[in-house]
Design a protein around this ligand. Structure first.
Ligand SMILES: Cc1cc2nc3c(=O)[nH]c(=O)nc-3n(C[C@H](O)[C@H](O)[C@H](O)COP(=O)(O)O)c2cc1C
Length: 203
């Protein structure tokens, strides 16, 4: 049975946002190309500054063992423990310049927008995404010939959920932990940054 970890939301939210979480246990079942394309299509339609669309993806599937092994080797050791079981492994990169070659101040932000859309589209196909900043940037840059005007942003594993018991004990425990978040009032201000906003006194 897939583990459900719905958001403990105080206010109603969209079902996909509610149900998304980041599992580490993946089933070995292959991810159909049509579904993978649907996820990339969702990323494609993200908003971005001046429609610059700076996101770039590197994707490998477990059917191509050499490509999959190469991707696994680009994660730090802690993340390799779980990402090796993900049937799809990827890296999201970001093009640093606007189409007119001026610097793009929001290239990381825009790329995060695309990843957020991809992660939610995944849920519609019962697929789950686990992103990982713990990756070996220099190795990825060298092994995949990443150009100077592109930054490697984040790695990820993607697939259908597997059993928590397939993970090492420490990770199996974390798989079942409740999801936690800050209060809205802790990150939303009005008059001064860091000061609790009056909007929270008359709900
Ligand atoms: C940019 C980014 C980097 C992350 N890096 C890692 C990582 O290196 N290893 C890991 O196990 N999880 C990583 N995560 C997953 C987060 O720990 C996870 O999203 C967070 O705890 C919230 O849990 P949830 O996604 O299940 O709601 C990362 C997530 C993001 C968005």
């Amino acid at each position: 049975m897939p583990i459900q970890k719905p958001a403990l939301s105080e206010y109603p939210i969209n079902t996909l946002i509610n149900d998304r979480w980041s599992p580490r246990a993946f089933d070995s079942k292959t991810v159909e190309n049509s579904k993978l394309m649907s996820l990339l299509e969702a990323a494609r339609w993200a908003a971005s500054c001046n429609n610059s669309q700076p996101w770039r993806f590197i994707i490998s599937k477990s059917e191509d063992k050499d490509a999959h092994d190469k991707a696994v080797s680009c994660f730090n050791e802690r993340n390799q423990r779980w990402v090796k079981n993900a049937p799809v492994i990827g890296f999201v990169c970001a093009y640093k310049l606007m189409p007119n070659e001026n610097p793009n101040r929001t290239y990381f932000y825009d790329t995060g927008m695309a990843m957020a859309q991809l992660s939610l589209q995944a849920l519609e196909h019962n697929l789950y995404l686990h992103q990982a900043g713990g990756i070996l940037i220099d190795k990825i840059t060298a092994d995949y010939s990443i150009p100077d005007n592109v930054d490697v942003v984040c790695g990820f594993g993607l697939g259908y959920q597997g059993e928590a018991e397939s993970l090492p004990d420490e990770l199996a425990e974390r798989e079942l932990e409740a999801r936690k978040r800050n209060l809205i009032s802790e990150f939303t201000f009005s008059n001064k940054f860091g000061e609790i906003s009056k909007i929270f006194s008359n709900k």
